[in-house]
Design a protein around this ligand. Structure first.
Ligand SMILES: NC(=O)c1ccc[n+]([C@@H]2O[C@H](COP(=O)([O-])OP(=O)(O)OC[C@H]3O[C@@H](n4cnc5c(N)ncnc54)[C@H](OP(=O)(O)O)[C@@H]3O)[C@@H](O)[C@H]2O)c1
Length: 244
């Protein structure tokens, strides 16, 4: 099998779906992981497979629940016999007010944003070593400056930033590990929905004066995967200048 393979977590919707579409457009076969968004995952798979036959496979898994990382990695690796890129994109995001944080919240937020990227990366080391592949973690600019009212999420993303740097050191020279830290790209949903005035406040702090797009993230992730052979251990902020 000569076609390169990208495994993208949380790829049925939103930024993950654009990542999957972009890797596919760059010639990769894609293992499209999802948790609950089965309908969207199947629709995206069908669409992309119509463009190129047998180029997208689905993987359903709860990454906060899993302990059998070896089996998950084996399932991914055996599908096309290789993995070249792992994009750790899946995430849970909601506010946690200090004083009311429960162990379940901690496990969900740390589990999806930090624990899963570590153990999935670790389980895929043999495959990524073989392909001299790379890992790209979707971090957040709030890994550096905490987001008010979101301490557990901020802690998790700060851990993911250190994971990126640590694994870059540990896995060199065969595997590169980098991150992309989005600023304001898509407004959060459900428990994290923002009021119109809160959105306006955020946008007022963006020097480029607009929200970013999922394509802005995908372009940078693809750059790190395909055009950056001498970059490892770096996290690129894609935030319209907000972090400065
Ligand atoms: N949106 C932004 O503006 C923004 C800003 C900064 C950073 N980021 C980061 O960029 C990435 C993508 O952002 P997004 O807003 O597109 O993400 P999102 O919609 O909040 O979540 C992406 C996917 O994660 C999956 N997921 C959640 N819990 C999971 C679990 N326990 N196991 C497996 N999968 C799980 C969900 O899959 P199902 O739908 O299949 O259940 C979901 O669709 C995230 O890492 C996020 O932290 C985004």
């Amino acid at each position: 099998m000569t076609t390169r393979v990208a495994l993208i977590t949380g790829a049925a919707r939103r930024i993950g779906a654009v990542l999957a579409t972009s890797f596919h457009g760059a010639g990769y076969n894609v293992i499209l992981h999802y948790l609950n968004s089965e309908t969207e995952a199947i629709a995206l798979q069908t669409h992309l497979n119509q463009l190129r036959n047998n180029s997208v496979a689905l993987l359903q898994a709860d990454l906060t629940d899993t302990n059998d990382w070896g089996s998950l990695a084996l399932e991914c690796t055996e599908h096309w016999g290789r993995i070249d890129v792992l994009v750790n994109n899946a995430s849970v995001f909601y506010p946690t007010l200090v004083g009311n944080v429960t162990v379940d919240m901690w496990q969900e937020l740390i589990g999806s944003n930090l624990r899963a990227p570590f153990f999935l990366s670790q389980a895929l080391i043999p495959a990524l070593n073989k392909s001299t592949g790379n890992i790209i973690n979707i971090v957040d600019i709030h890994a550096e400056k905490p987001l008010k009212d979101y301490p557990v999420y901020s802690i998790a993303k700060a851990g993911l930033a250190m994971l990126t740097q640590s694994l870059a050191k540990e896995l060199a020279p065969h595997i590169r590990v980098n991150g992309v830290a989005p600023g304001t790209i898509l407004w959060p949903e459900d428990k994290a929905t923002l009021s119109e005035s809160a959105k306006e406040n955020i946008l007022n702090k963006v020097p480029l004066g607009r929200q970013g797009t999922p394509e802005d993230i995908a372009r940078t992730v693809l750059f790190l995967a395909d055009d950056a052979p001498y970059i490892t251990g770096q996290i690129i902020n894609v935030d319209g200048g907000r972090s400065v």
